[in-house]
Design a protein around this ligand. Structure first.
Ligand SMILES: CC(C)(COP(=O)(O)OP(=O)(O)OC[C@H]1O[C@@H](n2cnc3c(N)ncnc32)[C@H](O)[C@@H]1OP(=O)(O)O)[C@@H](O)C(=O)NCCC(=O)NCCS
Ligand SMILES: CC(=O)OC[C@H](N)C(=O)O
Length: 253
C-alpha cells in the first residue's frame, strides 16, 4: 500500500504542469487524498469488514468530491486531477499510471450485475467528463476524449472521442470516425432524382407547347398520306384535328 501511495504522489509532478512543490501536492490535490483514503478502505474491504469501508469512502467523497467504491481496484501511480465529480464503481479496475480528470464516471450501464464496471489497462487517460460504462475493457495507452461516452471495448494504443465513443487514432494513425451528419440519405436522393425528372419533363413540355403555338395550322385532308415519323406532326394533329387523330390512332401511330 505504501508503494502505491508513493507512486501516486510522485506521478503528480510528471503529469501536472501546475504542481510546484510537495507541500502543495500533499495538501491541495483531492485526487491524492481520495486515493489515500481509498487504499485504506479497500484494504478493510478485502478483510471483509462491513460498513466501515463504505463509511471511509463516503467521508472521502465529502472531503474531495471523488467517490470510489471500496471494492474498486486501483493500480499504482494513478492520478485523479481536480477530481470533483469522479465516480468509480465497485467492480472497476484501473491499471497503473492512469490519468483521470474531473467528472469522469467509471460506471455500470444499469443493465448488468456482477462485474459491471470497466477495466482500464495501464497508462490510460480519461478526459474530463468522460463516461466509461459497462463491463468493458480499455486497453493500455488508450486516451479517452473529454466528454466521451465509451460503451465498447477499446484496443490498446487508441484514442477515442465522441458519443458513443469512436476510435480516431489507432497506434498513432488517424482513423476517420463515421460522420453521422454526412451519411448518404437514399430516400432524399430518390426524391431529388424524381424532382429533377419532373423539371426536365416540364421543360420539354413547355418547349413543345411553344413550338406548337408558333406553327401555322395546316389543313390535312382525311385519308391523306402523311409522314408519320414526325412526332411533332402527330402532336400537332392531336390538338388540331380530331379526325386526323382518329386516322393516326387507327393506323397505330
Ligand atoms: C481526445 C484527446 C486526447 C485527443 O487529443 P489529440 O490526439 O491531440 O487529438 P487532436 O487534437 O488531433 O484531435 C483529433 C480530432 O478529434 C477531435 N477531438 C479531440 N478531442 C475531442 C473530444 N474530446 N470530443 C470530440 N472530438 C474531439 C478534434 O476536433 C479533431 O477532429 P478533426 O480532426 O475532425 O478536426 C484530447 O482532445 C482530449 O480530449 N484530452 C482530454 C484532456 C482533458 O480532459 N483535459 C481536462 C483538463 S482539466
Ligand atoms: C484545468 C486543467 O487543464 O488541468 C490540467 C492540468 N492540471 C493543468 O494544469 O494543465
Amino acid at each position: 500500500m505504501l508503494n502505491a501511495l508513493v507512486a501516486d504522489f510522485r506521478i503528480i509532478f510528471d503529469r501536472d504542469p501546475a504542481a510546484r512543490n510537495w507541500l502543495e501536492v500533499l495538501f491541495c490535490y483531492p485526487g491524492l487524498q481520495a486515493l489515500f483514503l481509498h487504499r485504506f478502505a479497500h484494504w478493510l474491504f478485502l478483510l471483509g469488514l462491513p460498513v466501515i469501508p463504505r463509511l471511509i469512502s463516503h467521508i472521502a467523497r465529502f472531503l474531495t468530491g471523488i467517490e470510489i467504491h471500496p471494492g474498486a481496484q486501483i493500480g499504482h501511480g494513478v492520478f485523479i486531477d481536480h477530481g470533483m465529480g469522479v465516480v468509480i464503481g465497485e467492480t472497476a479496475i484501473v491499471g497503473d499510471y492512469a490519468l483521470i480528470y474531473q467528472g469522469v464516471t467509471l460506471g455500470g450501464t444499469g443493465k448488468e450485475s456482477g462485474k459491471r464496471h470497466p477495466t482500464l489497462g495501464e497508462n490510460v487517460v480519461v478526459g474530463a467528463g468522460a463516461k466509461v460504462l459497462g463491463n468493458i475493457h480499455i486497453g493500455n495507452n488508450v486516451r479517452i476524449g473529454a466528454g466521451s461516452v465509451v460503451l465498447r471495448d477499446v484496443p490498446s494504443d487508441c484514442t477515442v472521442v465522441g458519443i458513443p465513443g469512436r476510435i480516431i487514432y489507432r497506434s498513432g494513425v488517424r482513423v476517420n470516425p463515421l460522420e453521422h451528419g454526412s451519411l448518404p440519405d437514399s430516400e432524399a436522393e430518390v426524391i431529388r432524382a424524381l424532382v429533377d425528372r419532373i423539371d426536365f419533363l416540364e421543360q420539354k413540355f413547355e418547349e413543345l407547347q411553344n413550338k406548337q403555338q408558333s406553327q401555322q395550322p395546316v389543313a390535312i385532308p382525311v385519308g391523306a398520306t402523311i409522314g408519320v415519323d414526325d412526332c411533332d406532326l402527330k402532336y400537332f394533329c392531336r390538338i388540331n384535328d380530331k379526325k386526323i387523330q382518329e386516322f393516326l390512332d387507327g393506323a397505330g401511330i
